[in-house]
Write a protein that binds this ligand. Structure first.
Ligand code: SF4
Ligand code: SF4
Length: 336
């Protein structure tokens, strides 16, 4: 039988967690149009009726935009290096879009590959993800084209499905999710709603095979004419994970910091010699598409994209990744 929770009980549960020292984040309204995940102190501020993906992604709670990894100081002739403190605080993120949460099992692969990234892994272990099944999709959504759905379970510890303005069905998938809602729900005949899945927009396997055979594809020469290389598409993307490491401070003391970077920036691949293997935007765009739809699937067996559509929503040129994939798929199908 389905289990449900009403908004008052949910708020109470969140207050208890915050009082117990857990950091809680959820969707909050930003400007009346779009939403942001933010750490909250008052559950009343959380929004559970927003439609599509918010502007930011859950990745910032596991892979912050800027994070110290160690500090250093000179004492006489000695250099003392101290590791950053481990991440020990429990955190819960509520209202995560299923396409956003689905990025986590994908990112797990790269952060536990040739290097075990303890920063990501510690946060992942301490984080409980509560998704909210989508109730609507917009023209930029394409989760079904990458094998997902508006109520996909990937990456979620628990899922809320809206029954009405004040009531949610609760489904739990992991021990963390079950522990969070233990004793907080009631049995009910009612079940929550999900959006009509968006129509499949391209064949991801066909695109992957085409990319493998067509490295010097001319589509990128045309589509990248619209791109200004701002990197916005990568920052809002739940699966983009490139970072740079810089030292901040002076010779006496300072810290080493890991900062988000973006493959769409011209300096991203600039070598110290002055050579840049991706000197022009078409090569940068090709890299982003190849990485997500060809290289990552080959290496890890997963597409590095969840079809959230945020890269197109944020792009001032309405580009992002889907319009490029649609053109590639047409060529792969021999229609262009
Ligand atoms: S595709 Fe759009 S968002 Fe991405 S770098 Fe180009 S202009 Fe910026
Ligand atoms: S590439 Fe675009 S559609 Fe795919 S996960 Fe990233 S932001 Fe979402």
């Amino acid at each position: 039988m389905p289990h449900v929770i009403d908004r008052n009980h949910l708020n109470q549960l969140i207050r208890q967690r915050i009082a117990g020292g857990t950091s809680v984040a959820g969707l909050t309204e930003a400007n009346g149009k779009r939403y942001f995940y933010r750490t909250i102190s008052n559950p009343e501020k959380m929004v559970f009726d927003s439609g599509i993906m918010p502007f930011n992604s859950i990745k910032q709670f596991l892979f912050p935009q800027s994070e110290p990894i160690c500090s250093y100081r000179c004492e006489g002739k000695d250099l003392i290096v101290s590791d950053a403190e481990p991440f020990v605080q429990e955190q819960v993120v509520f209202g995560v879009r299923p396409c956003d949460a689905a990025s986590l099992p994908i990112l797990d692969k790269v952060f536990a590959w040739d290097f075990q990234d303890r920063f990501y892994q510690q946060r992942r272990a301490k984080t409980t993800v509560v998704t909210l099944a989508c109730k609507e999709a917009d023209k930029n959504c394409f989760c079904t084209s990458v094998g997902l759905a508006p109520d996909t379970q990937a990456g979620a510890d628990a899922m809320l499905l809206q029954i009405d303005a004040e009531t949610f069905e609760v489904r739990t998938f992991t021990e963390k999710g079950a522990a969070l809602f233990q004793g907080q729900t009631a049995e009910s005949e009612k079940t929550g709603k999900t959006a009509e899945p968006p129509k499949t927009k391209f064949d991801a396997k066909r695109v992957e095979l085409y990319l493998k055979e067509h490295f010097n594809e001319s589509v990128f020469d045309h589509t990248s004419m619209r791109c200004v290389g701002c990197g916005g598409c990568t920052y809002v993307c739940p699966t983009c994970h490139c970072f740079d490491i810089v030292d901040e401070g002076g010779t006496a003391k300072g810290k080493r910091v890991k900062n988000w970077d973006a493959c769409q920036f011209s300096l991203f691949t600039l070598h110290a010699s002055g050579h840049n293997p991706r000197a022009e935007q078409p090569a940068r765009q090709r890299n982003r598409v190849q990485h997500k739809f060809c290289i990552y699937p080959e290496k890890f067996g997963m597409i590095l994209c969840t079809g959230c559509g945020n890269c197109t929503r944020v792009c001032t040129a309405s580009l992002g990744i889907h319009p490029v994939l649609a053109l590639l798929d047409q060529k792969a199908a021999g229609k262009n």
